[in-house]
Design a protein around this ligand. Structure first.
Ligand code: SIN
Length: 297
């Protein structure tokens, strides 16, 4: 099947809508200035932001005192929105996730294998047949210090893999399972329900980005359970090796939040990790999630 991919020429340049884009890191991330997310967008503004997202993979907007309605409207410019089967939502707004560490974990607890999925390297909702296109996160309650979010560029990670590893994984599929991460947080009854609604899904270990054609490593520590067709030990070794690549700071950008900052990431091109270093303080963020499509090679 041939697929026409987008190029920079397909999008309105950010300057044309009065915005300035400044790279935040050598591989991914950019600060966007000159845009007010509480204003409705023109078609040109949607095009410019989509173009910037494809280029930089994660966009950082500061000082955006947006309402829930503004948050939802901004998300809808990029696709339909989805809720989450386990994470709570903002009352009256099923499209906005409320993500909070209210019970407070110390760093040592946060690092346990069963700790919260947000505080591990992951791409969102890869347990879905069609994992999300993007996440739009708004800071609601800042801890006095800490609570950064780190993003990793999964195309740069894939590009740098040794040729023999690339050859090995480019035809392999892996299984992704919601119960691997969220299973321990729910009742037996809810676990049964999740099992029925979200059977384990198989995705290519390397996916082509549906808009740019770039190739991305597509396995993550939170949801990827095993490599199809490999013995247990071999599967674990391969996944551990790949998960370790995501931890390399060379492929990352780290965002230090400020009041009313908003972050928009391309979930097809990145992984992220919410740093849980602020206990006993609280941190609350709200996420709008844009639906995506079924990954292909
Ligand atoms: C998430 O994984 O969507 C939340 C990230 C964060 O809390 O920084």
């Amino acid at each position: 099947m041939s697929h026409a991919y987008a190029t920079a020429d397909d999008f309105i340049p950010a300057e044309d809508i009065g915005a300035a884009i400044t790279p935040a890191g050598p591989t991914l991330g950019a600060y966007v200035e000159g845009i007010d997310l509480s204003d409705p967008f023109s078609a040109d503004a949607v095009s410019a932001i989509r173009g910037a997202l494809l280029t930089h993979k994660v966009l950082f907007f500061r000082d955006q005192n947006i309402s829930h309605e503004d948050h939802i409207r901004f998300g809808r410019y990029f696709g339909d929105l989805e809720g989450h089967p386990v994470t709570a939502h903002v009352p009256g707004h099923p499209e906005i996730l409320h993500i909070e560490a209210a019970d407070g974990l110390k760093i040592s607890e946060a690092l346990l294998p069963i700790a919260r999925p947000a505080n591990k390297w992951h791409t969102d909702v890869t347990f879905r047949e069609a994992p999300s296109m993007g996440g739009i996160l708004r800071m609601r309650k800042m801890p006095p210090i800490g609570g950064d979010t780190i993003f990793a560029d999964t195309a740069a990670i894939y590009d740098d893999l040794p040729p023999d590893v690339k050859r090995r994984i480019e035809t392999l599929d892996a299984e992704h399972d919601i119960l691997q991460s969220f299973g321990y947080r729910v009742s037996d009854e809810k676990r049964e329900e999740l099992r029925k609604e979200f059977p384990p899904r198989t995705h290519p270990m390397v996916r082509a980005h549906p808009e740019t054609g770039e190739r991305h490593l597509f396995v993550n520590h939170v949801f990827t359970k095993r490599v199809i067709g490999l013995e247990d030990r071999e599967s674990k070794e391969l996944l551990t090796y790949l998960f370790d690549r995501v931890k390399c700071p060379e492929y990352q950008v780290r965002f230090q939040w400020s009041e009313n900052a908003v972050v928009f990431w391309d979930n097809r091109a990145t992984q992220h990790y919410a740093v849980l270093d602020y206990w006993p303080h609280e941190r609350v963020v709200e996420r709008v999630t844009v639906q995506g499509d079924k990954p292909f090679r």
